[in-house]
Write a protein that binds this ligand. Structure first.
Ligand code: SF4
Length: 418
């Protein structure tokens, strides 16, 4: 192999891949097999943090940054003058194996521009995956892209080889797609997603009869949404995520704050990426997946966007004074989860402990429940410990706490301790 040429291509194609954040893993638990190399079990894939703070896997590249589409927000769009490169399936497989053997990586995250057509691109991805699995017997983690508009048969074939597939929706509404990515349609994105969901469901049924049947996309499918490139509200985005979790069994939705690097018609004039908005969406997404909230409870017609000063759960609690305070010894698990400051582990611990005894404020402390925020929303044995505070005062305390935790986050990222 011409390593100088490959190195130059790698530089171009890894740089072009850095805006895709849907790469964290994994959930795949396939151990190595006799005669093979690599292992997707337990440790999953290695991650690292890129210089701009994004989580990237160690071999995260595009197969090519040539693209026939012209999505306005994308650095690889066909109308943009930029250095282009393409790696063949043989080159990608060879690099992956060489890097794996040198301990640089534990898996591959391979995305691509649309080269010639969605089907041609997917055929090349399939060839790469087949080489890795069948020729090199690579059992490590492989995450590849489902290209919008690809024929269902090809998606089904690709799903035989990879651990995870992600079809990026990018823009959260049809209007947004028409404005900034006119060659993509909602249908062309949803069809491969549905094909993956159907493949997973069928294979799960077959595996009930025989465990020898190999899993299909065992680590599930994910997608990415760009935040702030279109005028879509946070509610529109959150409702879309909710619908994807319900109807296409998505494992994760990743949110990526729009990085205003390009200019052009339809693109917003932002000075910086809306990172706080991205953070609020991750918090709300967590509430959907683990706290039994619905999107319409978190945001509404009257309040379509997040309060950037306060987290979505605290906002919900402040909007519902009729619900609080709740008695910690009687509240259901569902209601405990709605108390700001009480997480899944704490709610479980409370439910288990109160089967043995009637809990007091001190016994909550002994259980390790953090009461700094929760004390404004609960009673223990009928007693309230939040002081004589009205809604405004509670909000002020929560805001102080939010400011402090954000400071702690920043400090942790800069490597300090407080
Ligand atoms: S299809 Fe993908 S790579 Fe091509 S321009 Fe659109 S976002 Fe960029």
């Amino acid at each position: 192999m011409d390593w100088d040429g490959i190195q130059e291509k790698l530089q171009i194609l890894s740089d072009a891949a850095k805006y895709d954040v849907s790469c964290s893993s994994s959930g795949s638990r396939r151990a190595n097999q006799k005669g093979g190399i690599g292992n997707a079990a337990c440790s999953g894939i290695c991650h690292t943090w890129s210089s701009d703070g994004r989580c990237v896997s160690l071999l995260k590249i595009l197969m090519t940054n040539y693209c026939i589409y012209d999505c306005a927000y994308c650095v690889n769009r066909c109308s943009r003058e930029t250095k282009r490169a393409m790696l063949t399936p043989e080159e990608i497989a060879d690099i992956t194996i060489q890097f794996y053997r040198r301990n640089y990586i534990e898996g591959l995250f391979l995305s691509s521009g649309v080269y010639q057509s969605p089907d041609t691109t997917t055929e090349l991805l399939i060839r790469t995956a087949r080489l890795l699995r069948d020729v090199y017997h690579f059992n490590g983690y492989i995450h590849m892209k489902g290209i919008p508009g690809t024929d269902e048969r090809l998606i089904r074939e690709l799903g035989q080889y990879v651990d995870r597939l992600s079809v990026n929706i990018e823009l959260p509404s049809s209007a947004g797609l028409r404005l900034l990515a006119p060659q993509k349609t909602k249908q062309s994105i949803l069809l491969p997603m549905r094909a993956v969901r159907a493949g997973i469901a069928e294979r799960q049924e077959e595996r009930k009869k025989s465990r020898k049947v190999p899993a299909f996309v065992p680590a599930g499918q994910t997608t990415q949404l760009i935040i702030g490139a279109t005028p879509d509200s946070d509610r529109t985005i959150l409702r879309l995520s909710e619908s994807l979790y319900r109807h296409v069994s998505l494992k994760r939705v990743y949110y990526s704050a729009y990085v205003p690097m390009l200019h052009g018609p339809g693109l917003p004039e932002l000075r910086t990426p809306p990172l706080l908005r991205e953070h609020r969406l991750y918090q709300a997404d967590w509430l959907l997946r683990f706290y039994q909230f619905t999107a319409d409870e978190i945001l509404s017609d009257d309040m379509p966007d997040f309060d950037l000063h306060l987290d979505p759960k605290a906002c919900w609690a402040l909007r519902h004074p009729e619900v609080f305070p709740i008695e910690i010894n009687r509240a259901s698990y569902h209601m405990l989860l709605r108390v700001p400051g009480i997480g899944v582990q704490s709610a479980r611990r409370i439910c288990a402990a109160r089967r043995q005894a009637w809990l007091s404020y001190d016994s909550l402390r002994r259980l390790g429940i953090v009461l700094k925020r929760a004390k404004y929303f609960i009673t223990c044995r009928g007693r309230y410990y939040g002081g004589h505070t009205g809604q405004g005062e509670i909000r002020r305390h929560l805001l102080q706490d939010e400011g402090r935790s954000r400071y702690e986050e920043v400090d942790l990222f800069s490597g300090g301790t407080i």
